[in-house]
Design a protein around this ligand. Structure first.
Ligand code: ARG
Length: 279
C-alpha cells in the first residue's frame, strides 16, 4: 500500500547529450531531417540527473564524445551484475565506437569489461530481474549473445522475442518494478503486444501480477522507466500506466525527455545501473 514500498539507493552512469543529434535512422523513431534542440535535450537530461540525486541516488558521468550522437543512451553500453561488466557490441556500425569510451570509464572505475562475441546492446535488451536476466531479441541483441550472457554471469537467461519495430529494445517494452530481493518473486510492468505470443505467455507465467501497459503508454516511452523500489521515474505521457503504478503503491515521478524521444530513447535508455552486490 502507499507508503510501504521501500526505495534502494542506486548507482547510475549517464552521459550528457552535448553532441546529441539524429543523423542516421536505426529505429522507426529517428528522422534525420527533423531538427533537434540540443539545449533542450541538455536541460531535460540535467533535470533527470537532478531528480535522481534528489531521491538519494548516486549519478556518475562518462564524458561525451563528438561524433557519437547516441552516446547519451548509456544503458546500451553494458550490463553490470554483481560488479561484473558485460560490454556491448552494437548492431549499428554508427554506434560501435561508443564501446571504447564506456569501456575506458569502467576500467578507470576499477571494473574489467568482458567483450561479447555476438551483437548485444547492454541493458537495452538485457534486464537483470533478481534470480534471472530477461533478455530481448528480434531487432538488436542476438540469441547467441543470450547464451554468452548466461555463461558469463551464471544466471539463467530468459529469452523474449520482440516483434514491433517501435519497441526494438526490451527496455522500451518492459521494466522491473521489484527484483525479488526483498522476498517474493519480483514484478515487472510491460506492454504484452510488443512480444511474440510465446514470449507473452512466458511473461504471464513468470509475472501473473504484472502491471500491464497500454499501447499509448508504450508509445509515450512509459516502459522505458527506472524504478528504485518505490519511485518510478517515468515519462509524463504515460498517464494510464502512472495511475496503475500508483494503485500498486508506487510513486510515479514524471521526467520529460521528449527531445531524446526523437532518437528513440527515454529515461531508462539514458541510465546505466551499476549493480555491485548480489541483490
Ligand atoms: N538511437 C538509439 C538506437 O536506436 C536509441 C537507443 C535507445 N536506448 C535504449 N536503451 N532503448 O540505438
Amino acid at each position: 500500500m502507499p507508503g510501504s514500498r521501500v526505495p534502494r539507493r542506486r548507482r547510475f552512469l549517464v552521459c550528457e547529450p552535448r553532441h546529441f543529434a539524429v543523423r542516421y535512422a536505426i529505429n522507426p523513431w529517428m528522422r534525420p531531417g527533423e531538427p533537434v534542440d540540443v539545449i533542450r535535450a541538455l536541460d531535460q537530461w540535467q533535470a533527470l540527473v537532478d531528480t535522481y540525486r534528489a531521491h538519494g541516488h548516486t549519478v556518475e558521468t562518462v564524458a561525451p564524445v563528438p561524433g557519437l550522437p547516441d552516446m547519451v543512451f548509456a544503458a546500451n553500453a553494458a550490463v553490470v551484475v554483481e560488479g561484473r561488466v558485460f560490454g556491448s557490441l552494437f548492431h549499428a556500425p554508427e554506434r560501435r565506437p561508443e564501446s571504447v569510451p564506456y569501456e575506458a570509464w569502467f576500467k578507470q572505475a576499477g571494473f574489467e569489461v568482458h567483450h561479447p562475441e555476438s551483437v548485444c546492446e547492454g541493458e537495452g535488451d538485457l534486464v537483470p530481474a533478481g534470480r534471472w536476466i530477461l533478455a530481448g531479441t528480434g531487432f538488436r541483441t542476438t540469441r547467441e549473445a543470450h547464451r554468452e550472457v548466461q555463461e558469463f554471469f551464471g544466471v539463467p537467461v530468459i529469452g523474449l522475442t520482440l516483434v514491433d519495430p517501435y519497441f526494438y529494445h526490451l527496455d522500451t517494452a518492459l521494466f522491473v518494478l521489484d527484483d525479488g530481493s526483498e522476498g517474493g518473486d519480483g514484478n515487472i510492468a510491460y506492454y504484452p503486444e510488443a512480444f511474440s505470443p510465446g514470449s507473452r505467455e512466458v511473461l504471464a507465467r513468470l509475472y501473473p501480477d504484472a502491471v500491464v501497459a497500454t499501447r499509448e503508454d508504450a508509445l509515450a516511452f512509459g516502459l522505458n522507466s527506472v524504478c528504485d523500489g518505490r519511485h518510478v521515474f517515468i515519462s509524463p505521457g504515460a498517464t494510464a500506466l502512472a495511475g496503475r503504478l500508483a494503485d500498486r503503491g508506487y510513486v510515479p515521478v514524471p521526467v520529460d525527455l521528449s527531445e531524446l524521444h526523437k532518437a528513440g530513447g527515454g529515461i531508462k535508455c539514458c541510465t546505466q545501473e551499476i549493480r555491485e552486490n548480489r541483490s
